[in-house]
Design a protein around this ligand. Structure first.
Ligand code: HEC
Ligand code: HEC
Length: 428
């Protein structure tokens, strides 16, 4: 304690020196945490202003953020258990085969050797909901947190909640399809969140029909607030460092803005989200289980780089030619500029400038439902990893993306230029 206090004085003295020097300011971050945990006995995560997107993230904060991203429900069991009663459905009707078929993933590293063996030799029954409960007890289902208690002599799922990893992590399938090591930040495009929510016995038929209409890899993060049905492709949560417009409509200037939005208004976590531009004002619970976690959660996401394209997944000489098309004839770089291929930090774009509008099926413009009413130029690193493209998923492949631009913007690209441009996009 004494040491923390004297460190604290030194930290304050060094404050003016620290400006602009990430290593010193990182140290200051740690020192302040010592003071907080020493003097007040609360966790380090309470410290605001540490993490951010300084060039050298604080490894402790990143490690805490990883735990939060993977395992923290912010108390959202209130929504998924008390309101939606999904624990009842899971424990009686969702066997592991069904769970995998709606895109849920199993973390193979959470499985003890006996379970691994049992799955391999078929002695573990993947057609029994009891096995799902056992996997939840092992904390092996990505993005779901279950509380398993013995009721009448039997392991029973009594609470269930969701975490960020549900939609923004997948696995590498190294053990079996849907079972492997976690890949955080990779959108789970196999997941059908609407179909999972629609299992709830608490929803009426009209709502169930909307949830069931979304399909794999899509989720509408505004439907429960504005009643419009226009599902969005689940985007990556990686490759966002240095980008200060968050979500496809650039609603927030940093990730924490949207993390609070989703944590409170979508996951049902305890805390408050208020946005005067849309009038969204939601408070869950009487406690706040989110605010203190936002700095660490943001630091973790900023540490996730977009995955490089696999070796041999594109033609390097065609990609080189495509890079010239991107900057030249196709004029892509007029918006997709800079290291992350976006002008988001400088400007947003009107729906009329965006080739993915109008929305399919007469759905209202997604921008019109947002805080900015505009679109952010999408960052392009890691594109190879996450088809389909555009906020509404209207382009199934990168070929479709380029064809759409070529037609809608009358670019007059030749077939060879289109092919080269596609190879370039695959290389990012
Ligand atoms: C049920 C699925 C789901 C869950 C759970 C979820 N998200 Fe998302 N997330 C989405 C969708 C859909 C969008 C796209 C929203 C948009 O662009 O308007 C999104 C957008 C984002 C973005 C913006 C990415 C960008 O390119 O700017 C970030 C960051 C993010 N989510 C992080 C999180 C974190 C952290 C959590 C946990 C607190 C979380 N999400 C929980 C579905 C989900
Ligand atoms: C006027 C600015 C502008 C120009 C020019 C432009 N883009 Fe875009 N691009 C955007 C915006 C805005 C989005 C986001 C649209 C959405 O989310 O629906 C986007 C989205 C994309 C995406 C989808 C990314 C994803 O994660 O789904 C790709 C790929 C892309 N653009 C490639 C290109 C290529 C290739 C060109 C040149 C032929 C080009 N863009 C020209 C603004 C532009």
């Amino acid at each position: 304690m004494q040491q923390a206090i004297s460190f604290g004085t030194a930290a304050l003295d060094s404050k003016s020196l620290a400006i602009g020097d990430p290593s010193i300011s990182r140290r200051r971050c740690r020192i302040r945490k010592l003071i907080v945990s020493g003097a007040l006995g609360v966790t380090a995560m309470l410290v605001a202003g540490c993490g951010g997107d300084s060039d050298e993230p604080d490894p402790e904060l990143v490690a805490q953020g990883k735990q939060i991203f993977r395992f923290d429900t912010f108390g959202d069991e209130t929504q998924w258990t008390d309101t939606l009663r999904l624990h009842e459905v899971i424990r009686t009707a969702v066997d592991p085969t069904t769970a995998l078929s709606v895109g849920l993933k199993v973390d193979s590293e959470a499985l003890p050797p006996a379970v691994v063996q049992g799955i391999q030799n078929g002695s573990i029954n993947l057609k029994s909901p009891d096995t799902t409960v056992a996997l939840l007890k092992l904390n092996a289902v990505v993005g779901l947190q279950g509380k398993v208690e013995v009721v009448n002599g039997k392991d029973t799922l009594t609470r269930v909640g969701v975490t960020c990893a549900l939609c923004h992590s997948t696995v590498d399938n190294s053990f079996a399809p849907g079972i492997g090591k976690r890949l955080d930040g990779w959108p789970n495009r196999d997941l059908d969140p609407g179909a999972i929510i629609a299992l709830s016995p608490a929803l009426d038929a009209v709502k169930k029909a909307v949830y069931n209409s979304w399909g794999k890899g899509k989720y509408d993060p505004r439907f429960n607030l504005d009643g419009q049905n226009g599902p969005q492709v689940i985007p990556p949560a990686y490759g966002l460092k240095g980008i200060h417009r968050i979500t496809s409509t650039g609603d927030g200037t940093e990730i924490a803005y949207w993390n609070r939005y989703v944590g409170v208004t979508q996951m049902g976590g305890h805390g408050t989200f208020f946005e005067p531009r849309t009038g969204v004002n939601v408070t869950n619970g009487t406690d706040d289980l989110i605010s203190s976690k936002l700095p660490a959660l943001q630091a973790y996401q900023l540490s996730l780089a977009a995955p490089p394209p696999p070796a041999g997944s594109f033609d390097a000489s065609a990609a080189l030619r495509g890079s010239a098309v991107f900057k030249g004839a196709a004029r892509c770089a007029s918006c997709h500029s800079g290291l992350e291929f976006t002008d988001a930090n400088v400007r947003l774009h009107l729906p009329s400038e965006v080739v993915s509008e109008p929305e399919p099926l007469g759905v209202p413009s997604y921008a019109s439902r947002s805080a900015t009413k505009m679109y952010r130029t999408a960052p392009l690193r890691g594109l190879w990893q996450h088809p389909p493209y555009f906020h509404n998923g209207t382009a199934a492949t990168l070929e479709d993306v380029v064809q759409t631009y070529n037609t809608r913007q009358s670019l007059g690209l030749t077939a060879a230029e289109i092919a080269d441009l596609v190879q370039y996009l695959k290389s990012l």
